[in-house]
Design a protein around this ligand. Structure first.
Ligand code: G6P
Length: 372
């Protein structure tokens, strides 16, 4: 009913709008004022967490993209090797696991059969398994050693939105907690990031308040045959999530590339008028990557691409090469996916609406897939 949708026409629109609240709720009670993290509910003792020598993240769909982003954060903050794999592949390739491996299973529903089978396999190999889930008491957390719940609230729209952002928050919390527990040398950086993480609800709110031009843009692209997405570092999985959203909702061909790979093949696809969405890295620290992407934007534009550029506010370097410039708040690199994903959700949703699709129940898809 209209009341359940909070006055919105679709659950998805309501769920996109709820993201600042969902992030705040996922942080609530877990971050003390002095920056100490409390994640006792994970049921994994600090002693066990100090023994871990490898992390393996398994998930499907959007949850897999959250895992890809988590890898950058966990390896950087904790210096623990971290692999990420789609659950349906992981399970059947005889992966190397042992009791010092922490397997993190990310699943909104806690019921995806592929992920559940990976969890069972990991436990048979004596690995510790931590679930990141949104549905209390669902199967995956029940079968795992520990769980960290995302507090996004029920998500009705089939395509993940607020659960994706809160999965990212949960992954960041796990990474920062591991760094704290293992007493790593980056104390100051970790504390600064925790402070920034606490401010993410307002940053996402800012994005939502400035996203109208994205809707107009999406409507103008309803007839496009394909849309390409480019990113690098954490912006690469963000690009993958943007492409997945477009496939799921708008039934449109979309593909994401690591921007550095462009020259190794995909640049041959560029032709006049082809829409290309580019996620520009933050200018913090890794400005080398930032400058490389600016060159990529120039290269594709010179070949006729219609460039849709998502960049930090005040980043004037991209403006001359952007047919459309979408500004997001400047936040630390590793947290940028929280703000960069939002315009992509809105873009896919609005484009799908322009085509007359039901964005809550896209054709052929299920909210949770309980078969292999
Ligand atoms: C289905 C949904 C996707 C979701 C994926 C993983 O395919 O349509 O939106 O990302 O399952 O679901 P999970 O509940 O395991 O996160």
């Amino acid at each position: 009913s209209a009341a359940e949708k909070g006055g919105y026409d679709y659950f998805m629109l309501k769920e996109i709008a709820e993201q600042p609240r969902a992030i705040a709720d996922t942080l609530l009670g877990r971050v003390a004022v002095d920056g100490t993290l409390t994640l006792d509910e994970m049921r994994l003792a600090p002693e066990e967490l100090r023994q871990i020598s490898k992390i393996v993240i398994v998930a499907c769909g959007s949850s897999y993209h959250a895992g890809l982003i988590a890898k950058y954060a966990i390896e950087h903050w904790c210096r623990i090797p971290c692999e990420v794999e789609v659950a349906s592949e992981f399970r059947y390739r005889d992966p190397i696991l042992d009791p010092q491996t922490l397997v993190i299973a990310i699943s909104q529903s806690g019921e995806s059969m592929d992920t559940l089978m990976a969890v069972r396999y990991a436990r048979e190999q004596q690995s510790r398994v931590l679930a990141i889930c949104n549905v209390n008491g669902s199967t995956i957390p029940r079968e795992s050693d520990g769980v960290l719940y995302t507090h996004a609230g029920p998500e009705v729209g089939v395509a993940a939105t607020k659960t994706f952002l809160t999965q990212l928050v949960a992954c960041y919390l796990v990474g920062l907690y591991l760094a704290q527990v293992r007493g790593l040398k980056f104390g100051d950086e970790i504390n600064a990031i925790i402070g920034q993480l606490a401010r993410m609800p307002e940053q996402v709110e800012k994005v939502l308040n400035t996203v109208q031009p994205v809707r107009d843009l999406a409507r103008s692209l309803a007839e496009a045959k394909t849309v390409l997405f480019l990113g690098r570092h954490v912006g690469y999985p963000v690009a993958m999530e943007g492409a997945l959203k477009l496939k799921e909702l708008a039934y449109m061909h979309a593909e994401a590339f690591a921007a550095g790979e462009l020259k190794h093949g995909p640049i041959a696809l560029i032709e006049d008028g082809l829409p290309v969405v580019v996620v520009v890295p933050s200018r913090e620290g890794r400005s080398v990557l930032h400058d490389k992407i600016v060159s990529n934007i120039q290269e594709i534009r010179a070949r006729g691409a219609r460039t849709i550029v998502i960049a930090e506010e005040g980043d004037e370097s991209v403006r001359p090469y952007s047919d459309t410039l979408i500004e997001i708040p400047a936040v630390p690199t590793l947290l940028q996916p929280l703000v960069a994903t939002v315009p992509l959700q809105v873009f896919a949703c609005e484009l799908a609406l322009a085509k007359g699709n039901d964005v809550d129940q896209p054709r052929n898809l299920a909210k949770s897939v309980t078969v292999e």
